[in-house]
Design a protein around this ligand. Structure first.
Ligand code: AR6
Length: 185
């Protein structure tokens, strides 16, 4: 079995171009579209995506919903809602971790083997990029350790700054895990 840490990687670019089974959308609770990555995904998927979103129940922060990908290269879109940053004492980290875990869960249930995440909450919602990347890496690694069903989980970063935040978070997570691994062996 491949170690979960080897399955996570970083790509700098546009998530709407990713040829993966599922991409994650950083949506808002209405699921009716918006700016940022949400706007880009809806534009590329075409109007059928909005029509399907209209049939879904609202999505509170930390939850996720699955739709088809329509004109996107990805077969599915997983719409999740991250927390709005209020300074760090409003349960933001738990909600962000839940957004990652619930997205992974829906992808797994759909049978996706490859999945791409944007840096949820780090745009309009104002979550500090470094902090968000740590939460993203930890939540994903913990899920993959329990559910080794994915071939590839990609953090798609829209800027060099975001990619560096994820690289640092991955490296820190790996080095934090090494002593634990060594003890077990
Ligand atoms: N590919 C990959 N990442 C992208 C792309 C793209 N095409 N476009 C932007 N990003 P945001 P949020 C990055 O604001 O903070 C929407 O209006 C961006 O640089 O899209 O979760 C929704 O409808 C940033 O790092 O999402 C909600 O109302 C990250 O994606 C609200 O924004 C997330 O930025 C959600 O805010």
């Amino acid at each position: 079995m491949t170690a979960p840490l080897d399955l996570m990687r970083i790509h700098t670019g546009d998530i709407t171009e990713m040829r993966v089974d599922a991409i994650v959308n950083a949506a808002n609770s209405s699921l009716l579209g918006g700016g940022g990555v949400d706007g880009a995904i809806h534009r590329k998927a075409g109007p059928q995506l909005l029509e399907e979103c209209k049939t879904l129940p609202k999505c509170p922060p930390g939850e996720a919903r699955l739709t088809k990908g329509y004109a996107l290269p990805a077969k599915w879109v997983i719409h999740t809602v991250g927390p709005i940053w209020h300074g760090g004492n409003a349960n933001e980290a738990a909600l962000l971790a839940s957004a990652y875990a619930k997205s992974l869960e829906l992808a797994r249930e759909a049978g996706a083997r490859t999945l791409a995440f944007p840096a949820i909450s780090t745009g309009v919602y104002g979550y500090p990029k470094d902090e968000a990347a740590k939460v993203a890496v930890r939540a994903t690694a913990e899920y993959l350790a329990e559910h080794p069903v994915f071939d590839d989980v990609i953090f798609v970063c829209f800027s060099a700054e975001s990619a560096l935040a994820h690289r640092t978070a991955l490296d820190e997570y790996v080095s934090g895990l090494l002593p634990v691994k060594q003890k077990k062996e």
